[in-house]
Ligand binder design. Structure first.
Ligand code: PMV
Length: 311
């Protein structure tokens, strides 16, 4: 028997970093990039093989180190579902989601893996249960993850997220389109999260005021999305970007991409995710999307993905 399962990438629309400190954030799935897992039965006694060609990984599960996230998620899921801990399966994962760029590649691989294991065993899992298992692997990728990546990827819907609270999914009043430009700069989220923490420890009052201001923008963005006020959402992207720059997580290459998007008619633009490198997102409309896309490529974007949220 062969089983396949997938999970989307994700972007944070508003609220990154502040979300680590208890403020709300909004994230949406990106279906243009995906992670996939495929499980095939092997002859009895073969044990479980784990393959990820993208990272040249080919190992028996029993030999995989504890800190290998894919192995960790596999073990946790097998145990969670009450399955044998070394089943006679070949598990192969692959992904079109760029790594270390704020698109949730690690969480998506884990989510695809959890779903494939459950399906292969003939069991069903709720998005909440998938999310919880993926969170365990996120702890390895990031120091203190808020849990937003595993949530949006497991639910596959726009998510309103507050750390430690059950997530809420919600639906845009009208679809809107985001151009997502990858700077090509790999910037580990763990580092930017750590730097923001240092800033907060040095100047708690100042940083907490910034986090609170970002939280207010997230509330306003949710309202704008639920009421279909897309112009307003664009302005909120710009305000959020200004605060992210004050937190020290923007960078000249990201600012250049943001400026290019705005100059060609984007309604708003900001970095998305951990910052410094990774992606920027620009809110575009039917008549500006091609110009914005071209300008982003000229300004140094390695790739531009256009994705529609809602609808
Ligand atoms: O870099 P990403 O997209 O995985 O997002 C990180 C988001 C942060 O708020 C910076 C950290 C977190 O755990 O929420």
């Amino acid at each position: 028997m062969i089983t396949t399962a997938s999970a989307p990438g994700k972007i944070i629309l508003v609220g990154e970093h502040a979300v680590v400190y208890g403020q709300p954030a909004i994230a949406v799935p990106v279906w243009e990039v995906m992670a996939h897992a495929l499980i095939t039965d092997l002859p009895a006694g073969s044990g479980c093989t784990l393959i990820a060609r993208d990272i040249a990984l080919h190992t028996q599960l029993v030999d995989a180190p504890a800190e290998l996230a894919l192995a960790l998620v596999t073990r946790l899921t097998l145990a969670h579902l009450g399955l044998p801990l070394d089943p006679d399966w070949q598990i192969e994962v692959h992904s079109t989601i760029p790594i270390a760029s704020g698109l949730g590649s690690g969480a998506a691989l884990s989510a695809a893996l959890v779903r494939a294991i459950a399906l292969h065993a003939g069991q069903t899992m709720t998005p909440a249960a998938v999310s919880e298992l993926v969170f365990a692997s996120e702890r390895l990728y990031h120091g203190t993850p808020s849990g937003i990546d595993n949530t949006v990827i497991a639910y596959g819907m726009p998510v309103w997220f507050v750390k430690g609270q059950p997530p809420t999914t919600f639906t845009p009043r009208q679809p809107f389109t985001i151009a997502l430009a990858n700077s090509g700069i790999a910037a580990p989220t763990k580092e930017t999260v750590g730097d923001v923490r240092q800033g907060w420890q040095a100047e708690p009052g100042l940083y907490e005021a910034r986090f609170t201001a970002i939280g207010k923008l997230a509330w306003a963005a949710r309202q704008a999305i639920e009421q279909g006020k897309i112009d307003q959402l664009g302005r909120l992207f710009d305000d959020n970007q200004a605060l992210l720059a004050e937190l020290g997580v923007s960078s000249p290459p990201l600012e250049k991409l943001i400026k290019a998007a705005k100059a060609t008619g984007a309604l708003g633009a900001k970095l998305s995710g951990g910052g410094r490198g990774g992606n920027i997102i620009a809110l575009v409309q039917a008549d500006t999307r091609e110009a914005v896309k071209a300008a982003l490529l000229v300004a140094g974007a390695k790739t531009v993905i256009v994705t529609t949220v809602g609808g």
